[in-house]
Design a binder for this molecule. Structure first.
Ligand code: HEC
Length: 189
């Protein structure tokens, strides 16, 4: 007795044809989708244009003047005058130096330019890939700066150095200030 008669084979062949029709050599084309309501979302995509908002964007920024939780209002500009104004800001973490964490953050964001000793001889500079001499924390200018000034420099930049505030939490910035002080202490020992 045969298990399949010719009608079965016709159905099996039809199924195989349908299955193979979903294969495609061209990987840049998604091919035909049978039920596309999952892939074609009706919601606006995060970065897409959006006519419902006045600025035409789906991702709405924070309301002007608001400060994120864990941030605090730091309304200073990248000017020498504002650096002086910031000089009196007290370092709230001066007594809570977490050297291990600070070192990790420093190695992540700063060592490439300022070097492991903070003397400005980081790889990006010594390899001549970055042309501006990074500040030497052990030189007079940096030694004379208060924690508030260093905080100002790191968060909104100094001279040709750009702002690092957007990449760093406020706490991590103070820990970096502690770390700069630590490197200065090490050097003067
Ligand atoms: C791409 C290279 C680069 C990186 C990365 C960088 N800096 Fe700088 N930094 C500089 C340069 C260059 C200057 C000097 C700018 C000038 O004199 O115009 C400087 C200046 C400074 C100063 C001012 C010191 C002084 O002598 O007045 C501080 C403080 C500082 N950087 C801290 C940091 C910290 C902390 C980080 C990591 C979060 C960092 N920088 C990352 C290049 C860099």
């Amino acid at each position: 007795m045969k298990i399949f008669n010719y009608k079965h084979w016709v159905v099996i062949a039809a199924v195989i044809v349908v299955l193979f029709s979903s294969c495609d050599d061209n990987r840049n084309e998604p091919g035909y989708s049978y039920f596309n309501d999952m892939e074609a979302s009706r919601a606006y995509e995060t970065y897409s244009a959006n006519p419902n908002y006045s600025d035409g964007k789906t991702m709405v920024g924070p309301v002007e003047g608001t400060v994120a939780i864990h941030e605090h209002a730091f309304g200073f500009e990248k000017t020498p005058e504002d650096e002086i104004k910031a000089s009196s800001i007290e370092n709230p973490l001066a007594d809570q130096f977490d050297i291990e964490h600070a070192k990790k953050v420093y190695e992540q964001y700063c060592i490439i330019c300022h070097g492991d000793k903070g003397n400005g001889q980081g790889f990006l500079y010594t390899s001549k890939k970055y042309p501006f001499p990074p500040a030497n924390y052990l030189a007079e200018r940096a030694m004379a700066k208060t924690d508030g000034q260093l905080f100002h420099n790191v968060r909104i930049g100094f001279g040709v150095m750009g702002a690092h505030g957007p990449q760093l939490s406020v706490d991590d910035t103070w820990q970096l200030v502690n770390y700069i002080n630590h490197l200065q202490d090490q050097a003067s020992k």
